[in-house]
Design a protein around this ligand. Structure first.
Ligand code: NDP
Length: 300
């Protein structure tokens, strides 16, 4: 078996590739950088999917919260194209494949749901287009749509904040929290949909291997927490106080308000379909997830 993964060099891609290889799958990664078991974008456009590809997983995307990059029109264009255009390229390769893969999986974000302190969203909720990031989620999901008559099963995973030691938010928060300087973001009562990296990789594998799974799955843990509850759990896991709030205005200055919203606002997201399909979480609880993530030598 061969799996074609894109964004496979990143935080999620690395975890998924490792899991897939442990199950005996071959993995080919489409990357901008050459390397073993990799192909370039040009290779993909010219030669298409590798033979015997059973699943295509679209995971690429320029890091939106890169603190070293200003939120300029050029950077926003990169953020957009690195998701929409890359997904389109993979769709084109799937359409052209003489033997189709069984499944096409793409990741998207819970940013498709409008931040709210009162609304509760599940996969049946209508995602809206209300700002740059929600419009991006729509275009990203649209870019992944294949014609039904192609016979390729489709799954879209709308991910919450992914918690793991080697990437995403924790990578940036580990040091300040370790130094006892961590705390909630802004008001702290905004919801923070989250999922442990182990569960995200398992959910992608679950979507690959279960032929009945299709459509949108919320990639979030069943336990709903606020940003303050997360900060407390992470502080506890590191045996540190987590009392120093990060002021909203500082984030607005550092990141610009449009993208700081990812941290200062949130939505209550329920994984209704994910649970209905019978997906089993290893880390459904924020304290247990934070304890795993806080280990100095993380277990796999
Ligand atoms: P990473 O930042 O770790 O890596 C994603 C990969 O995308 C990189 O390895 C890189 O591959 C590729 N990439 C980066 N920039 C570009 C670009 N400009 N053009 C083409 N490819 C690019 O992301 P994650 O693994 O954390 O996330 C994977 C996906 O999941 C992303 O689309 C992200 O938006 C989404 N997501 C992640 C969440 C999280 O908490 N981490 C939450 C919600 C959604 P290479 O260098 O090999 O080309």
């Amino acid at each position: 078996n061969c799996l074609e993964g894109r964004g496979g060099t990143g935080f999620v891609g690395t975890a998924l590739s490792r899991l897939l290889r442990s199950k005996g799958y071959g993995v080919t990664i489409v990357s901008r950088m050459p390397g073993p078991q990799r192909m370039s974008w040009t290779d993909l456009a010219e030669s298409g999917l590798p033979a015997n590809t059973v699943a295509v997983v679209s995971l690429a995307g320029q890091n939106v919260l890169d603190p070293t990059r200003r939120w300029t029109p050029g950077f926003k264009q990169n953020v957009w194209a690195s998701r929409v255009n890359t997904t389109q390229s993979l769709v084109q390769a799937t359409i052209r494949a003489p033997v189709k893969p069984k499944v096409f999986i793409s990741i998207s974000g819970v940013g498709i749901y409008q931040p709210s302190q009162t609304a509760e969203y599940n996969e049946d909720s209508q995602g809206e287009s209300f700002d740059f990031l929600s419009r991006l989620c729509h275009e990203w999901e649209n870019a992944a749509k294949l014609q039904a008559d192609l016979g390729v099963r489709q799954v879209t995973v709308r991910s919450g904040v992914i918690l793991g030691r080697n990437g995403g938010m924790i990578k940036q928060l580990f040091l300040p929290f370790y130094l006892g300087l961590g705390g909630p973001v802004g008001r702290g009562d905004q919801y923070m949909p989250w999922i442990h990296i182990h569960d995200m990789a398992s959910l992608l594998l679950f979507a690959i291997e279960n032929d009945n799974v299709q459509g949108v799955l919320n990639g979030v843990a069943p336990q709903v927490v606020t940003n303050r509850q997360f900060a407390k759990a992470f502080g506890r896991a590191l045996w540190r106080p987590a009392l120093i709030p990060i002021p909203e205005f500082l984030l607005n200055v550092a990141f610009s308000e449009e993208r700081a919203k990812i941290m200062t606002e949130g939505q209550k997201v329920i994984p209704k379909r994910t649970l209905a399909y019978g997906f089993q979480y290893k880390y459904p609880d924020i304290d247990v997830a934070c304890r795993q993530v806080a280990k100095l030598i993380p277990s796999k």
